[in-house]
Design a protein around this ligand. Structure first.
Ligand code: SF4
Length: 378
């Protein structure tokens, strides 16, 4: 089937490099700032944002080091080693049920095919078998699920989906950060919980499509990580109802990436490819102009999750954007797009539009209060 014209447009913007796929990590970042058209388009087009940030002159602050990736893969292999013995032990300990007889379907590949669509089809087939009552004791290792994100189909790969335990199915997240005395890094746990919420939503949709009651997917997931300073797997069930509701709400707020991409000027490009002699096929200036043509919604929290935060922060500072100082300041200056403009209204060198009069009155009152306090008045 030929690609949809809007997908053509996104592929054309990406240029010659293969697309980077969505991941639960990307989706949680996207939903952390659903108003940002820039990130929505770049993620839908599958652009490598870390490379793009470098071309724009900023060191990307994210991404796992090769050491961290190797450690993570090594720990996951340990959990799955010996016929999934450690995983089954943890399921037995945490979910208090006999699971010895459960079978495991390894979905890393399907009859030699490793493509995401092939693995997703097989996952759907197995879920249909579960729906028919034929595979209730089947643990799915690296199933592939889909989720609509900004009008696009994202393929997602949870580490494990358990068989029916009690009356629920659970997702499992295997991570290599340690739990010392039962406590792991709260930031890492919170990010894992958000990613697990993405998987729960995708699994509930897959269940619904297979005519299985989606509420059978538990709102608790099993976090597996190394215990203390050893490599022994440790598991804990975590309740993620809040995260599921928040991600579902934010997904609903994302605008369609195709509609946003259609607003870009002709000739825009995010092509990061290089010619055979290693020279970039597109100049840094072309990339910068295309990125800047997409509306950003910078806030200081972007520094915690987005590869482009260095670029967007510099841009927000150059424009005097109130959001540069945080969402509270942005909220205090509705309709005023620059702190310079706000200051000009205050010192009388610019006149506000009538609809901004209330905001400027409040600013003036706050400024007077500050000067009274500065002058020693109570
Ligand atoms: S850093 Fe920029 S591109 Fe990334 S979410 Fe924030 S505003 Fe959007």
């Amino acid at each position: 089937m030929p690609p949809h014209p809007s997908e053509d447009r996104l592929a054309q913007l990406r240029g010659h490099l293969p697309p980077q796929s969505y991941s639960a990590r990307k989706i949680t970042a996207l939903t952390a700032n659903p108003a940002c058209a820039r990130r929505a388009v770049l993620d839908a087009a599958g652009v490598d944002k870390a490379q793009l940030a470098l071309r724009l002159g900023h060191e990307p602050r994210f991404g796992q080091s090769p050491f961290a990736i190797a450690r993570s893969q090594g720990f996951e292999a340990l959990v799955m080693w010996g016929g999934y013995a450690e995983l089954i032990r943890l399921l037995r300990e945490e979910l208090s049920v006999p699971v010895e007889e459960a079978a495991v379907a390894d979905l890393h590949e399907v009859a030699g095919r490793t493509t995401l669509p092939a693995r997703e089809r097989e996952t759907r087939r197995l879920l249909a078998r579960i729906a028919e009552g034929g595979a209730d004791r089947l643990i799915l290792d690296h199933p592939v699920l889909t989720l609509e994100v900004a009008g696009h189909t994202a393929y997602l790969e949870p580490d494990v989906v358990t068989h029916r335990i009690g009356d629920r199915f659970h997702t499992v997240a295997i991570r290599s950060f340690s739990a010392v005395d039962g406590q792991a890094d709260p930031v890492a746990v919170a990010e894992t919980a958000r990613q697990a919420a993405v998987y729960v939503l995708a699994l509930r949709r897959a269940f619904a499509a297979a005519r299985i009651d989606p509420t059978l997917v538990s709102h608790r997931f099993l976090l597996v990580c190394p215990q203390d300073f050893s490599n022994r797997p440790y598991g804990r069930l975590l309740d993620i109802r809040q995260e599921i509701d928040a991600i579902e709400f934010q997904l609903g707020r994302l605008r369609r990436a195709e509609d946003l991409a259609a607003l870009l000027p002709a000739g825009s490009t995010f092509d990061l490819s290089r010619s055979t002699d290693g020279a970039p096929t597109r100049s840094d200036a072309e990339l910068r102009a295309s990125v800047d043509a997409l509306d950003a919604a910078y806030a200081p929290s972007c520094l915690g999750f987005c590869e482009l935060s260095g670029h967007c922060r510099t841009e927000a500072s150059a424009n005097g954007s109130p959001a540069r100082l945080g969402t509270a300041v942005r909220g205090d200056l509705p309709g005023i797009d620059s702190t310079r403009t706000a200051l000009a209204y205050l010192d009388g060198t610019a006149t506000p539009e009538p609809e901004l009069a209330d905001v400027v009155d409040l600013l003036t009152a706050a400024d007077r209060l500050r000067s009274l306090r500065g002058g020693g008045a109570a």
